[in-house]
Design a protein around this ligand. Structure first.
Ligand code: UDP
Length: 341
């Protein structure tokens, strides 16, 4: 895989789960790292371990405000655009915020990138495949979204607009931009507050609370370790051929959510029972879930030779260890905000 030559990288949403892992990894690789995050869902404790690194800078701000973004882009060679409103719970509760953040935010990032000739990796989502049933999902497949009255699909639609804008900038302006469709990325520091199933279920198991399985639990997902996903994002940033294309980034190890809950029960040694909750109770009436979601990884494998390397049990082990440690930590142990200018 091509290496990314040492440079300044801007990570929007860099205090979030994936962004903070990426920041750590880029610092270790010798890059200068700028993080912009409005801390709406990102957390300072995610970047606390490296916030005083000499090659690191944190700026609190939103990508929707062009001023600070433009100045950071002017210093950067590569932008990893991760700032987004993500998580099923968040889009169900705040659809307008989701649409605005994802569409306006990406537009601003692309404008800044084109002014300063930055390369950009725009992170999209496997949600864009919607409720299609023919798996695995290939990047050129048709997509099937539900109606606009079902607000879950607002997130998918916003990410599709992001992809269209990105590809249009490449076609019309010759910019070097690429989209990564992330499939259920997981690992330590992911918050369960916005719906993500693994941190939620692990916390429930560790607290001896009922483990909540929505619907019958036969729906499946493929979970990709965040460290594997980072390799793909960095590889895409480094590749000249990736520009103007969309790439699936995920794992093909498929698991039913009920089996996932049982594995978490076993691996944590929890006394928790499993509680099935109807979708309508979890997310409101008329909620639509997708039954299966498996990526076709041929395109990224062909370009970068990239494949995920970590199995689900290893990923679960890392999340369980992280959640055990954070449950044992006093609630006020987070970094004080003032120490990050
Ligand atoms: N899910 C669940 N219990 C929870 C949270 C989620 O059974 O407490 C289910 C959810 O309905 C979905 C799967 O787990 O079928 C993955 O959900 P997540 O929100 O993590 O991701 P996405 O739906 O975007 O794949």
């Amino acid at each position: 895989m091509t290496m990314l030559a040492p440079c300044t990288c801007l990570i929007t949403g860099g205090a979030g789960f994936i962004g903070s892992h990426l920041a750590e990894r880029l610092l270790a690789d010798g890059h200068r790292v700028l993080v912009m995050d409005d801390l709406s869902t990102g957390r300072l404790e995610n970047i606390a371990a490296f916030s005083d690194h000499p090659r690191f800078r944190f700026v609190r701000g939103s990508v929707e405000e062009p001023g600070a973004l433009d100045s950071l882009a002017s210093e950067s060679r590569v932008i990893f655009h991760l700032a987004a409103a993500a998580g099923v719970k968040l889009v169900m509760e705040k659809p307008l915020h989701t649409l605005r953040t994802n569409i306006r935010g990406t537009e601003r990032v692309l404008e800044a990138a084109m002014r300063h000739r930055c390369r950009v990796v725009v992170t999209s989502s496997s949600e864009v495949y919607g409720k299609g049933v023919r798996t695995p999902f290939g990047e050129e497949d048709d997509v099937l979204l539900g109606p606009t009255s079902k607000r879950r699909w607002a997130f998918a639609a916003s990410k599709m607009v992001d992809e269209f804008m990105t590809l249009a900038c490449v076609a019309e302006q010759g910019a070097a931009l690429v989209c990564a469709r992330l499939f259920n990325t997981v690992g330590p520091r992911q918050s369960g507050d916005y719906g993500m199933v693994i941190p939620r279920l692990v916390r429930q198991a560790l607290r001896a609370e009922p483990i909540t399985v929505y619907g019958d639990g036969r729906q499946t997902r493929c979970f990709c370790d965040v460290r594997d996903a980072l390799e793909a994002l960095i590889g895409l940033a480094a590749s000249d051929q990736a520009s103007g294309q969309v790439f699936n980034v995920g794992s093909c190890e498929e698991v039913a959510i009920l089996d996932l809950a049982r594995r978490i029960q076993t691996l944590t040694g929890s006394r928790s029972g499993i509680r099935h909750i109807p979708y309508a109770e979890a997310y409101g009436p008329g909620f639509e879930d997708m039954q299966r979601r498996v990526p076709d990884l041929a395109r990224i494998e062909k370009l970068l030779g990239w494949k995920p390397t970590r199995r689900l049990d290893e990923i679960l082990g890392a999340v369980i260890e992280h959640e055990r440690r954070s449950l044992a930590r006093p609630a006020d142990a987070a970094l004080p905000e003032a120490s990050c200018p």
